[in-house]
Design a protein around this ligand. Structure first.
Ligand code: NIG
Ligand code: FE
Length: 416
């Protein structure tokens, strides 16, 4: 499933309901790249010309004398690895105390106001070495990969000082170098106001604009710039300033918008040609109109709505309106402590009424677009890197997210 003859950059509206399927298929990989696929009955006879061996349908793996490895995947599904375009997996410690506070009735915003939330993670991160941050973040990255993720974006945003933001971004740079998958980095100093700027919000914005952005750019540490543009966090005007400053250094925005209110975040993101605006629990007609015709992906994060017990994004309405929607995990310690893109697909279908095909396209083709990897990741394409998920035997593709707690991934093949 999800194998294309030519690159697909992004899917919109009705296009999202179609996933190309080849039944009874073969797929070949050489040196980490997809070299071909098609129906078994059309498999080139030359395919095994150097091999003394033909597939043995009774065994599921045969290493031939010529080094060709053949796997019989009868009953399984193969689809593109997920392109998870929004994560915060570099963090220290965990925040289950706040989870208990939430159970007792406190809201995300109330917890943040009491100094919990992002500021809590910033304190922990400040006390943690770069090495330890790297080790724990890589453990999380491998959890993501074993859950089917083949490319991911990682944000800073738990530093909130020049020194600690740079520390986080250097960890992400090292992850880019060592991870088995493609990694993109996003500079999110504008995630919350640090305590020392609690009475001088514009002063913190000045610090980001005048000190952090130039430094981050000079070390080439960020592919993107992010701002949490929402009620109680950064205003539209502050967002405007920071995105303008980032643009001078070639940082394209991917921002947090409209998680808590109709904040104007979507409009300011589109105005700055953001690659994506993310969360989007609050979306009305004005927001849909802004997105229509833009190059900005609407990325929704149902894991956060689920964990916080908050309203889900009207993603189905956006698709019905002809827009392009992506799905991501938002893996972070405060609002979505989960690596599972499979669960994200289930939430998208169960809570947001996306069909399994729409959800898969949102998490693959459109996810790749939302992190600047359009047409290369999130699809199975001849000549491109082999990045795919092999499921366990299942009766249908819909079964994958329907059986929402079952581990249905047999193998994940990744290359970058
Ligand atoms: O995407 N909404 C803002 N930021 C994160 C949460 C970060 C946290 O609570 O640690 C999010 O949900
Ligand atoms: Fe986030």
């Amino acid at each position: 499933m999800g194998a294309y003859d030519a690159p697909v950059m992004r899917l919109k509206g009705k296009e999202m309901s179609v996933v190309p399927v080849i039944e009874d298929a073969w797929l070949s990989v050489e040196d980490g790249k997809v070299t071909g696929f098609g129906r078994m009955k059309d498999m080139p006879s030359s395919f095994f010309e150097n091999s003394a061996c033909v597939p043995d349908r009774d065994r599921d793996r045969i290493d031939t004398e010529s080094g060709v490895s053949v796997e019989d995947l009868s009953g399984r599904f193969v689809f593109p690895a997920f392109a998870d375009s929004h994560t915060h997996i570099v963090y220290a410690g965990s925040r289950e105390t706040e989870y208990e506070d939430k159970i007792k009735g406190l809201s995300y915003v109330e917890i943040a106001k009491r100094g919990g939330g992002i500021l809590n993670s910033a304190d922990l991160l400040h006390r943690t070495s770069e090495e330890e941050l790297y080790e724990t973040a890589m453990e999380r990255l491998y959890k993501c990969v074993s859950g089917g993720t083949g490319a991911m974006e990682i944000k800073s945003g738990y530093g909130l000082s020049t020194e600690d933001e740079l520390k986080m971004l250097r960890v992400i740079r090292r992850m880019k170098e060592t991870a088995p998958i493609a990694v993109k980095s996003n500079f999110l100093a504008a995630h919350a106001f640090p305590r020392n700027y609690s009475n001088d919000h514009d002063g913190y914005v000045d610090l980001i604009v005048n000190e952090m952005i130039p430094l981050v750019a000079s070390e080439g540490l960020a592919d993107f710039i992010d701002v949490f543009c929402d009620e109680g966090f950064f205003t539209v005007e502050q967002t405007d300033r920071m995105l303008e400053a980032g643009a001078k250094y070639g940082m394209r925005p991917k921002i947090h918008a409209n998680e808590l209110a109709l904040s104007g975040g979507i409009q300011v993101g589109v105005k700055h040609n953001a690659l994506s605006v993310d969360h989007l629990e609050y979306v009305g007609k004005a927001e849909r109109d802004a997105l229509r015709g833009s190059e900005t992906m609407a990325t929704v994060l149902p894991g956060a709505a689920f964990f916080l017990g908050m309203p889900y994004s009207p993603a189905k309405e956006m698709i019905e309106d002809g827009l392009s929607v992506a799905l991501a995990s938002d893996y972070n310690p405060g609002s979505s402590p989960s690596a599972s893109m499979k669960f994200v697909l289930s939430l998208a279908s169960i809570m947001m009424r996306l069909t399994p095909a729409e959800a898969l396209n949102a998490a693959t083709v459109n996810g790749a677009y939302a992190m600047g990897l359009a047409g290369k990741y999130g699809q199975i394409l001849k000549g491109e890197k082999a990045n795919f998920v092999i499921t366990k035997p299942m009766p249908s593709f819909a079964y994958f997210s329907y059986s929402y707690t079952e581990d249905l991934i047999e193998k994940v093949v990744v290359n970058k």
